[in-house]
Design a protein around this ligand. Structure first.
Ligand SMILES: Nc1ncnc2c1ncn2[C@@H]1O[C@H](COP(=O)(O)OP(=O)(O)OP(=O)(O)O)[C@@H](O)[C@H]1O
Ligand SMILES: [Mg+2]
Length: 290
């Protein structure tokens, strides 16, 4: 049975247990001064699915990503990836285990070329430390395969023609693509994408969506933050909704579309509007969110 079929049986409620979770988080919590940015009871992500993490601005989505991936320190909580505890590990160690994330604001090294950015993200960089000729030979072989992978990913993300330009010369959208391509250098078993489509032109959004579906079809688990409801409803197997630091709803697209708690959260959030495509009398006549 595929992951999509198995997730069809899961009850649509916050903290729902999944049949085959790749990531299990218990009580991740992070506050900034008096503000509780994240306070999640329990969250499981089903292996092999595309799961969307949505919610109004300031809901805590990026903070949850930061905490789970070791880029920020949680106040409390524990979480496991592929059955192994990863809370407390720094980001690069989390990535080594196969859970790789991208940032809402891209982190490309602007003075290096696009290709150099890709190669720096490659696995096996520790090979540099060994000087034995056999290891050096092996290292060169690894370089070759890294280079091949880098070139093919750049091709896939339509960045091949920019490979020798500095990353700083890319458009905002192209940097997003570079960031996703970089994340894939390590062949992660799970990618966490924070607003991968933001600032990307509509033509590239289409191909980005195809890449995300292809990743899932190859067996990679995808957790992504997005605001565009058409995109979310169209591509997600499962949706997790956050508001004010908590998970307030989970379910398949159809469960979320008609979930009053979700509609209320978007209506109640300051400076935000309910998502387009949420069907409710309460949301009638309300325009697209971003
Ligand atoms: N480093 C920080 N210092 C202080 N407050 C922070 C920090 N990072 C986030 N916050 C606050 O935590 C809350 C959650 O922010 P977060 O960026 O996680 O939200 P988000 O759901 O990703 O929002 P958006 O959709 O706008 O990206 C917000 O109120 C934000 O202002
Ligand atoms: Mg964010």
């Amino acid at each position: 049975m595929s992951s999509e079929q198995t997730i069809a049986e899961v009850s649509a409620e916050p903290g729902a247990a999944k049949p085959d979770p790749i990531l299990v988080a218990d009580g991740p919590r992070r506050s900034f001064g008096g503000l509780t940015a994240v306070d999640v009871d329990h969250l499981q992500v089903q292996r092999g699915t595309i799961t969307a993490l949505i919610g109004p601005n300031g809901a805590g989505k990026s903070t949850l990503f930061n905490v789970l991936t070791g880029f920020d320190r949680a106040d409390s909580g524990s979480w496991a990836f592929e059955g192994g505890r990863i809370n407390g590990l720094p980001g690069h160690q989390v990535a080594q285990r196969g859970m790789v994330r991208t940032f809402q604001l891209t982190k490309a090294l602007t003075r290096l070329t696009v290709l150099e950015n890709m190669l720096l993200a490659a696995p096996g960089q520790s090979g540099e430390r060994f000087l034995g000729s056999f290891l050096r030979w092996r290292w060169a072989r690894q370089e070759d395969s890294n280079r091949e992978r880098a070139e093919s990913l750049l091709e896939r993300f339509r960045l091949a023609h920019m490979r020798d330009e500095t990353a700083g010369s890319l458009s905002g959208g192209q940097r997003k693509l570079l960031e996703m391509a970089r994340a894939l250098m390590v062949r992660p078993s799970m990618v966490m994408l924070d607003e991968p489509m933001a600032g990307v032109n509509p033509v590239l959004v289409e191909s980005l969506l195809e890449h995300i579906s292809a990743l899932r079809d190859e067996g990679t688990t995808v957790l992504f933050v997005e605001h565009d409801m058409d995109v979310i409803m169209g591509i997600s197997d499962w949706i997790v909704v956050m508001a004010e630091g908590r998970v307030i709803a989970e379910g398949r697209p159809d469960d979320i579309r008609s979930n009053q708690v979700v509609i209320d959260a978007y209506l109640g959030a300051q400076h935000d509007e309910p998502p387009q495509g949420v069907e409710s009398g309460a949301a009638e006549g309300i325009e697209e969110a971003r």
